[in-house]
Design a protein around this ligand. Structure first.
Ligand code: TYD
Length: 141
């Protein structure tokens, strides 16, 4: 099932291959993941009450899977906000460009794996929310 959250953000089930030994998910570029993967990072060992994110990206696309534990991802495109609970290794969240994201309530066991279409580039970040709103609303059709 695919659930649209914002025009360029969606939550989707990913195919699970299971047999008597357990389960496995494979994510391939340009198949499940709608871009070529340039970078993978993961967040783990989170402290209680330590929200993360609080930025948007000018261009970066990301594809996130909470492989263990849970968190709430807050998405905001400058017009609409959506909170989504990530708590399943068989679901993925696509986040397009120009979306403010905040990660809240990460459980201590949370492991959030993120696939990205570009290498780390600080110049792609928008870390000031008011600046984000200006750019997001200015860019709006
Ligand atoms: P940060 O952007 O603050 O993480 P979050 O968005 O989850 O709050 O990143 C934490 C640190 O890690 C910061 O020093 C930048 C560095 N970093 C990299 O070097 N490469 C990466 O791909 C990412 C995502 C972060």
């Amino acid at each position: 099932m695919k659930q649209d959250l914002l025009p360029n953000c969606w939550l989707t089930d990913v195919p699970v291959k299971g047999d008597e030994r357990g389960r496995l998910v494979a994510l391939e570029a340009q198949h499940e993941v709608p871009f070529d993967i340039a970078r993978v990072y993961y967040i783990f060992d989170s402290e209680p009450n330590a929200p993360r994110g609080f930025h948007a990206h000018r261009n970066l696309q990301q594809y996130a899977v909470c492989v263990r534990g849970s968190l709430t991802m807050r998405l905001d495109n400058g017009r609409e906000k959506r909170d989504v609970l990530l708590n399943r290794p068989d679901q993925a969240l696509y986040i397009g460009s120009m979306v403010w994201r905040e990660m809240h309530d990460l459980t201590p066991d949370c492991v959030l794996m993120v696939l990205a279409d570009s290498l780390y580039d600080e110049a792609d970040y928008i870390r000031d929310y008011d600046r984000f709103l200006e750019l997001a609303r200015g860019a709006g059709a």
